[in-house]
Design a binder for this molecule. Structure first.
Ligand code: SAH
Ligand code: SF4
Length: 360
């Protein structure tokens, strides 16, 4: 069994302050320095942390571990998107995707091995849930990609929790990772640039709303009637569209910031003209923008991808109704890296991600 209390990446800043004061007789300032070395400079070798006394460094080195992300496989798409397969504790495999967009890159990370939500159009959903990832395992994906990105001379500007798993079903692991991503002594990212995407776990959305963690929210709506939504997303039997939209309405968004409503277009099932009009009506008065995601058929789950023109028709119509709407065409399709394609078995891979024109 791994001793997670020694794993540096599992500590928040305030927990580290407490630990250093209690067990090492060190001041808060030392925690600040440590966080800066690790998260800002990417240094985990205590010998290099020369602004900390040798004596303290030796004690810290004897205590802390910095588990490395092991890249099991990496594939580069012709469009510049990269898919990483990371080996985490116990040999489990999860995927992260570095998505290439016109002016930036977005890193898509996994929150669980598999997923319990069972959405019918999603490959991860067919795996079932194996387990949730620890904060450290989530941050290791980030560290691992940052390190490898040096080989490509690039970096990411946004992080989205849209890889394998339902982030709000791993509430603690994910919110603690978000804390370190946005902590000013940690990665220092703006909460606007870190997005958690949820299937619609209403109590968890409300819990997030009232917590002190600041993060952008995306919600997978994917249907305009409870009948259709329940067919493809079993979670709708527990929290229906009305309850979900009420939680979205109550979610605190800053000025000029919006919740992203994701809508996977399943040809002939949830993308009729009636759906298009109903979606605009449902969104009225909510602080939202819409991401249209044409179904990615690499999942091979028997749904249809809508025609390109029809997707543009939806976008134009939603725009005409005063709604911001973006289209997320699949990226990295040639390396199985698009939305809904992510599924791994231990020591084997097969998954895909979609790319976002408008994440965060
Ligand atoms: N569990 C979270 C985040 C991971 S899924 C959630 O469901 O929101 C990320 C996005 O991929 C979701 O919006 C989901 O609806 C979408 N998705 C899943 N399968 C897909 C597929 N086959 N084609 C296109 N998008 C898909
Ligand atoms: Fe899980 Fe999201 Fe896939 Fe649904 S769409 S099965 S919630 S990963």
């Amino acid at each position: 069994m791994v001793d997670t209390s020694r794993d540096f990446f599992n500590y928040s800043y305030s927990e580290l302050v407490e630990l250093l004061e209690r067990d090492f007789g060190a001041t808060k300032f030392r925690a600040t320095q440590l966080f800066e070395w690790v998260y800002r400079k990417g240094v985990t070798d205590f010998d290099q942390m020369t602004n900390i006394s040798r004596e303290l460094r030796e004690k810290l080195a004897a205590f802390f571990t910095f588990p490395k992300a092991r890249i099991h496989d990496r594939r580069v798409s012709s469009d510049g998107t990269r898919k990483y397969l990371f080996e985490v504790e116990g040999g489990d495999l999860v995927e992260s995707v570095m998505i290439k967009q016109p002016n930036r890159m977005t890193l898509c990370v996994s929150s669980q091995v598999g997923c319990a939500m069972g959405c019918k159009f999603c490959r991860t959903g067919t795996m079932g849930l194996k387990r949730s990832l620890s904060t450290s395992e989530i941050l290791r994906q980030v560290n691992g990609v940052i390190e490898d990105a040096r080989n490509f001379g690039d970096s990411f500007q946004n992080i989205v929790f849209m890889g394998m798993g339902e982030p709000l079903h791993n509430f603690d692991g994910v919110t603690r990772a978000v804390r370190n991503l946005t902590d000013r002594f940690g990665y220092g990212m703006s909460p606007r640039k870190v997005t958690v995407s949820t299937v619609g776990l209403v109590p968890a959305i409300r819990r997030l709303a009232s917590s002190d963690v600041s993060v952008s929210l995306a919600v997978s709506l994917n249907a305009t009637t409870d009948e259709v939504r329940s067919k493809v997303m079993p979670i709708n039997e527990r929290f229906n569209i009305e309850e979900l939209l009420a939680a979205v309405k109550d979610f605190p968004v800053g000025p000029r910031k919006k919740v992203t409503m994701e809508y996977v277009m399943l040809g002939g099932l949830n993308d009729t003209e009636d759906d298009m009009r109903r979606l605009a009506r449902l969104m009225r008065g909510l602080p939202v923008k819409v991401n249209l995601i044409p179904y990615n058929d690499n999942a091979g789950l028997g749904f249809n991808t809508p025609a390109r023109d029809w997707v543009f028709t939806w976008q134009r119509y939603l725009n005409s109704q005063g709604l911001q709407a973006f289209i997320r065409w699949s990226k990295g399709a040639d390396i199985a890296a698009a939305c809904g394609q992510l599924a791994t078995e231990s020591k084997k891979v097969s998954r895909f991600p979609v790319v976002d024109q408008a994440a965060a």
